[in-house]
Design a protein around this ligand. Sequence first.
Ligand SMILES: [Fe+2]
Ligand SMILES: [Fe+2]
Length: 132
Amino acid sequence: MALLEWRDEFATGIPSIDYEHRNLIGLINDLHTRAMRDPDKGPVEDTLGDIHANISAHFALEEKVMRDLDYPQYDSHKAEHEALLDDIRAIMDKVHADREFDYRTSLADCLRDWFGDHFKGADSRLHRQTGH
Ligand SMILES: [Fe+2]
Ligand SMILES: [Fe+2]
């Protein structure tokens, strides 16, 4: 089963951004499926690392767009990005400390809540203004 399902409430209403966000969710699910196929716990840590890296790359791009535009809500938007990366990092630490820790529920809950709020809020405000 997919770790994270796309929901209509995730949509910002800007097709190019929704496409990118959907791709991010697809990528998270692919990485997760690959990790689940392998009985060894090692790939789980790699998967979390890859998810963190991919989300981080998406954020870096958005933050560049904001800096280039002198976007007034840069600080608060960036703070939301950092909070999610910290949450993922905390899950990675738990997996590392306890090999039996089942990261799936925590990660799916954290991503689902966060994607719903952030896409609808900060991202949609930014992209509506910039068209990016
Ligand atoms: Fe985004
Ligand atoms: Fe964002």
